[in-house]
Design a protein around this ligand. Structure first.
Ligand SMILES: [Zn+2]
Length: 295
């Protein structure tokens, strides 16, 4: 869901000594990646959440965070978690957002009258923790939301909360929903990003962005025997900074880390075109190609 603006100034990547091969080799060969310290620096609950419920909520979020660790390695930074209670007719997690200021925070609104099994089937926490891998990217919401949306079901899979068939089917269903949206297909994701306040077509922004990253994942796998999660893992271990940046800077960095031109080439082909990315062949590929996980 949404991200709010930070306080500090624009960051530019300076000189960084990058050992792409080393980072990826470490990832590929042997690393077991359990964060040395908890990714959560502070927990805050409203008073109407009982001690037993707090314990259950911590267990649920620890499972999601462990899923992220299995998929992408350790968190690069700590964050606070703030939880408040609100009854909901549908979701156990009706609302959430992240804040990336002087401290990094995830805010959840939860309905603890729902069964804990329903929490484990809900994508919200997996989406929000995925946001914690990246700095604030300003107006480039397609990047932040597209990436978190593409990763959310993969994190749930890595957490053991859903199987891969379910994860792939959910991603494909979201792509299909965007295709059937009432807003013209001829609009690019960037145009949706720019027009968001008028059109409020969030699914297309989120899942149009996710389709862009799914295409990159497919191209990395088929042409370079790499996965998007491996490049993100290399990034979080070598080059992460909490200071704000822009999507293009990160795409450029991801190309360097992967030793490819897939990120910027796909950006020029898909994001600068007049169409939302064509997801026709992504579903079949995803179903047979689960992400690689850390042991
Ligand atoms: Zn989000």
């Amino acid at each position: 869901m949404t991200e709010t603006a930070p306080i500090f100034s624009m960051h530019k990547y300076g000189t960084w000594v990058l050992t792409i091969a080393l980072s990826l080799a470490l990832w590929l060969c042997c690393s077991t990646t359990t964060a040395a310290t908890s990714p959560v620096s502070a927990w805050q609950f409203t008073q109407d959440i009982t001690p037993t419920q707090r314990k259950e909520l911590k267990t649920w979020l620890a499972e999601v965070q462990a899923g992220l660790n299995r998929l992408l390695g350790p968190f690069p930074d700590q964050h606070e978690i703030h939880i408040k209670q609100q009854s909901s007719n549908s979701s156990p997690v009706p609302w959430a957002r992240t804040a990336k200021g002087t401290t990094r925070q995830i805010h959840f609104t939860v309905d603890t009258s729902k069964p804990w099994s329903a929490f484990r089937q809900d994508w919200t926490a997996a989406h929000e923790v995925s946001h914690m891998l990246f700095p604030y990217v300003g107006e480039d919401r397609w990047f932040a939301e597209g990436l978190a949306s593409y990763l959310q079901y993969q994190v749930m899979f890595a957490a053991g909360h859903i199987d891969w068939d379910t994860a792939a089917a959910k991603i494909e269903e979201r792509f299909q929903r965007v295709k059937n949206s009432k807003v013209p297909n001829a609009w690019s994701v960037l145009k949706h990003n720019a027009q968001l306040s008028q059109e409020r077509d969030y699914p297309r922004l989120y899942w149009g962005g996710a389709a862009f990253f799914a295409m990159i994942d497919q191209r990395l796998a088929q042409d370079h025997d790499l996965r998007l999660t491996q490049v993100i893992s290399a990034y979080t271990q070598c080059c992460y900074s909490p200071a704000p940046t822009r999507a293009m800077d990160l795409l450029n960095l991801f190309d360097k880390l992967s030793g490819t031109e897939v990120f910027l080439k796909t950006y020029h082909q898909e994001m600068l075109s007049d169409q939302t990315p064509n997801t026709k062949f992504l579903g079949a590929w995803l179903r047979t190609t689960p992400p690689r996980l850390f042991e």
